[in-house]
Design a protein around this ligand. Structure first.
Ligand code: AMP
Ligand code: ZN
Length: 677
């Protein structure tokens, strides 16, 4: 008995040890990737390790750790955020807009501390949402928004999904530790998110800052985990701060695992501050995120203490705001664009003006509400700004310059393209042209989407050619493409035998494009690339999908009401059914192919598996074949070289013991299926 108890304890110690070691390893890889931007492991190997840890944690709930790297994917749903009082108030910053303002500030502080020379630290002012992170004994306890400065919202579950924020500090730091920074959304990630949104007919987000702060308040942390948020730290809260200077404090934080921008700079005097400001005035546009100014801080913490705070902000710091990239111009005309989903976007046509290095002639007005809110009228002098977005936007109207005879803007009531009366459903910011199958822009837009790279990827065909083919009456929908003949294309403008051949060959080749891409290509509203993949995997064929009821649709992982309704709307339309029937006849892939179900990949290359027991999804031999088809190796006996044991029912006890002894992870059939995706 005693022996068995001891043995069990040893096993459990081993597991705990293994969990700790894997967590530490994964934390380090997260740090290398997200903080240092220097990964040292492939994504695949990272995922394998993460899965291994996940499994150990599920099987050994007693070792569950809320700060485990497995918790980064979110999942916690927060109904309402708790209000938390800040231990130390979160102040604002005083703003300055000129050299004179800064010199005044310097004069004031020099007088207060009676110093000849003051050393400063210059930092960029990151444009996002501020956050206060609290750690206790090196472990993240809470993340709270600034709120009103005295109290904010507890958004810890959401913050934990941001990979660059350490859940466990890299050095053992006992006691309490508080640090502040800015949650930002880098421009690349922001623009990518918007492209994906627009692609499926969603309104793009207006700017990275609002999107970052909005993300913190999402109720589903798994949703936050999908957004490429980042966190740049700028202030170690001074309690128990063992450092003499602000700069050292941040360097200490860097060692603890935080992302501290390398743009921070010590300036021996105010001249240095001015050259920092000048230097970044234009260089900041090359940064991967948005900045709207520079923050100048007194470096000595003793001097900071002496200076203290006003009612609103620290006296030891001041923000210098760059002039926004803003210009004024005259609004000549408002035109209206129709998207492929029928969404109407108003566009401001401006007198050309130079802005942030480019000439701007057009700006987005988003929707009717936006026009109404700004009361923007033709003839108005308007302010245009350019942030990280591709299209500049109008931020205000100079009312003093409004012409006397100006008239309020009347939003269009009918489609500029097909003259159908527009509709606007409750909850939609945009007006829509409901004439899905008769509105020329929607027709060509859908075909253009169909042929695009991420969809059917048809070589030789471009957006302009589609317009041409449509104008000539050669194609009215995507199914028509498959009936095109060379002899019809050759006589068209700028076409020749060679280009016509290319087009036909490209169309022919698209018949090999796998079902998930075809599904995306159909252009069902809200069905983006990822959703299409999920649906294809679940339903296996277009027939199954189009037969599915609302309940069946929403039972699929990540398919919500909106997507389900949109699919039902699509399948209820006989025009769509007829088009799909034609695609079937032409030989387009409308179900997952047998090969793609087993899927030959290299996902498992370099990994050795041992298979043991009886399985439900696979015959044993099929499982082995699947491992090999995915690039893995199958061995008969467990050894140090074994990476995984796939265990079915009735796995031999000796094998289990051996695997445990060698620390080889045992995974289930389901785990294996997840592994091969
Ligand atoms: P304001 O919101 O204009 O009062 O500016 C203060 C805010 O600037 C702070 O709450 C921070 O969120 C933000 N900020 C951005 N970068 C920095 C930085 N380097 N140092 C201090 N605050 C910063
Ligand atoms: Zn229309």
């Amino acid at each position: 008995m005693i022996n068995l108890a001891k043995k069990l304890k040893n096993m459990s110690d081993n597991i705990e040890e293994k969990i700790k070691q894997l967590s530490a390893e994964l934390n380090q890889h997260n740090y290398n990737y997200y903080v240092l931007d220097k990964p040292t492991i492939s994504d695949f190997d990272f995922d394998l390790k993460l899965k291994e840890l996940e499994k150990l944690e599920t099987e050994n709930q007693q070792f569950f750790d809320p700060n485990s790297p497995t918790q980064r994917v979110g999942g916690e749903i927060i109904k309402s955020f708790n209000t938390v009082v800040h231990k130390n108030r979160m102040y604002s910053l005083d703003n300055s807009y000129s050299k004179e303002d800064i010199l005044d500030w310097e004069k004031r502080i020099k007088k207060m501390i009676g110093a000849e020379d003051v050393e400063y630290v210059c930092e960029l002012k990151y444009d996002g949402a501020s956050i206060n992170l609290s750690y206790s004994n090196g472990i993240l306890q809470s993340a709270v928004t600034r709120g009103d400065g005295y109290q904010g919202d507890d958004v810890t579950a959401n913050i934990k999904t941001i990979r660059s924020i350490p859940l466990v500090l890299k050095e053992n730091l006992m006691g309490d530790f508080e640090i502040r920074g800015e949650i930002i959304l880098p421009l690349d990630g922001f623009n990518k998110m918007n492209e994906d949104r627009m692609d499926i007919g969603l309104e793009p987000f207006s700017n990275p800052r609002n999107t970052a702060s909005g993300s913190l308040k999402l109720q589903d942390s798994a949703e936050v985990a999908k957004r490429p948020l980042d966190c740049l730290l700028y202030h170690v809260v001074a309690n128990k701060n063992p450092n003499k200077t602000h700069f050292e404090a941040l360097e200490m934080a860097r060692k603890l695992g935080f992302k501290i921008p390398v743009t921070n700079k010590i300036c021996a005097n105010i001249e240095g501050v001015f050259s920092f400001i000048e230097n970044w005035d234009t260089k900041r546009y090359k940064l991967p995120y948005e900045t709207d100014g520079v923050v100048i801080k007194v470096n000595s913490l003793a001097q900071q203490d002496e200076l203290g705070y006003t009612a609103k902000s620290p006296r030891w710091a001041i923000a210098y705001k760059y002039k926004a990239e803003q210009e004024s111009s005259v609004l000549k005309e408002i035109t209206y664009q129709v998207g492929r989903t029928g969404a109407i976007t108003p566009v401001a046509n401006l007198a050309p003006v130079q802005l942030a290095g480019t000439i701007v002639k057009r700006a987005s007005l988003h929707n009717a509400d936006q026009i109404e809110k700004l009361d923007i009228r033709v003839g108005d002098t308007v302010y245009v700004e350019k942030g990280g977005e591709i299209i500049p936007k109008i931020v205000g109207v100079d009312l003093s310059k409004r012409p006397k005879d100006s008239q309020p803007t009347k939003y269009i009531t009918h489609c500029p393209d097909c003259n159908t009366e527009l509709v606007r459903t409750a909850g939609d910011a945009k007006h829509f042209c409901p004439n899905e199958y008769g509105c020329p822009t929607q027709i060509t837009g859908r075909i253009q989407h169909f042929i695009s790279r991420k969809a059917m990827n048809i070589d030789g065909l471009g957006a302009e050619t589609i317009q041409l083919l449509f104008k000539q009456g050669l194609v009215h929908n995507y199914a028509d493409l498959y009936e095109l003949r060379e002899s019809q294309i050759i006589p068209l403008e700028r076409m020749a035998e060679k280009s016509a051949q290319n087009i036909i060959a490209g169309i022919e080749k698209s018949k090999e494009v796998p079902f998930e891409k075809v599904l995306f290509a159909l252009g069902i509203r809200f069905v983006g690339e990822t959703v299409a993949k999920k649906l294809a995997k679940h339903f296996k064929s277009i027939d199954n999908l189009l037969k599915a009821s609302f309940e069946e649709l929403i039972s699929v992982d990540e398919i919500g009401d909106i997507i389900a309704k949109s699919i039902i709307h699509f399948s209820a339309n006989p025009i769509n059914i007829a088009l799909i029937d034609r695609l079937k006849i032409y030989g387009v892939q409308l179900e997952v192919s047998a090969e793609s179900q087993v899927g030959k990949t290299t996902i498992l290359s370099g990994k050795t598996f041992v298979v043991s027991g009886v399985f439900t999804h696979f015959e044993r031999n099929d499982l082995k074949k699947s491992i090999e088809d995915n690039g893995g190796k199958v061995a008969s006996g467990i050894s140090k070289k074994t990476d995984f044991v796939v265990a079915g029912e009735n796995m031999g006890p000796s094998k289990r013991e051996k695997a445990d002894a060698l620390g080889v992870p045992i995974i289930s059939e389901t785990d294996y299926l997840k592994m091969i995706g």
